[in-house]
Design a protein around this ligand. Sequence first.
Ligand code: ADP
Ligand code: MG
Length: 279
Amino acid sequence: MTIRSFDQELRFSDKNLRLTDGYSRPKFHNVGARDWLCFRLDLFSSLTFAFSLVFLISMPKGMIDPGIAGLAVTYGLNLNMLQAMVIWNLCNVENKIISVERIFQYMRIPSEPPLVLENHKPGHDWPTQGEVDIRDLEVRYAPHMPLVLRGVTCIFPGGMKTGIVGRTGSGKSTLIQTLFRIVDPVGGQILIDGVDISTIGLHDLRSRLSIIPQDPTMFEGTLRSNLDPLGEYNDEQIWEVCVFHIAPSDVYRWACSVRHLLFLRTDSIFNTHGAHLWL
Ligand SMILES: Nc1ncnc2c1ncn2[C@@H]1O[C@H](COP(=O)(O)OP(=O)(O)O)[C@@H](O)[C@H]1O
Ligand SMILES: [Mg+2]
C-alpha cells in the first residue's frame, strides 16, 4: 500500500531483485565449488580404483589369493564415498571451529561493572528530586574513537520537563545512554540528586530511572512483562495506570475488552525477537 501510494513499485522491485541477486551470489559460488570438488574426488577415486584393478589383474597367478583380491575390489568400490566423507568431515571441523574462535573472542570482552555494590547503595527513595548535574562529561564509544561528548556541563533541574535539541549525530542519544551507563564516561561526572552514578551498582541505577525509547519496540515476552519488566506490581496496579493515565475515558469500554487479552492471556503475545506495538 505504502509503496503503491508513493508510486515506487519499480524502485521496490529493482531493489528486491538486486538484494536477491546479492543473496544468491555466494550461494552460487558455494554450490559451484562443491560440485567441482565432488567431480575431482570422484575422478581421483576412480583412477585409484582403476589402477588397483590393473595391478590385481597383472599380478602373476597364485601370488595373491583370489578371495582376498575380491575383498579388496569390494572395499575399493566404496572408496569414492569414504573419500568424500573424510573431506566433508574435515571441512565441517574447519567450519565449526569458528564457534570456538568466537567463544575465545567473547571471553576477551571486558564485562560490565558490577550490578549491585553493597557498600555504595543509594538511598531507598533515591532519586527524590530528579536533579541531574552533569560536570565536564566526556564520552567516547571505544578507546580508538573520537570523543562524542566533549566536556558537557549542565544542570537539569528536578521536577521539570527538559528538552534536548540538536541535529542528528550531535550526541543526544549518547547522553541518554550515558545516564544509564550503557557507555561509561571517560571523563567528568553525572550526579543525580547528589549521587555520582559511576559509584553505584548498575542495577541500582537502571532500576531507578525510566526510559521511553524512540522506536515502539516490544521485548520478547508478554505485554505484561514489557510494562513491568522487574515484576514489581500486581495486575490491578498496572491496570489502574493503563486506564487512568493512558486510555482516554471514551475508549474505556474498548480497553475493558482488551484487558482480557492483555492480562488473562499473558502467555503468547510477543514471541521470538520482540515485535512492534501499534495501537
Ligand atoms: N554504538 C556506537 N558506536 C560508535 N559510534 C556511535 C555509536 N552510536 C553513536 N555513535 C556516534 O556518536 C555520535 C552521536 O550519535 P547519537 O548520540 O546517536 O546522536 P543523536 O542521537 O543526537 O542523533 C555520532 O557521530 C555517531 O556516529
Ligand atoms: Mg538519537
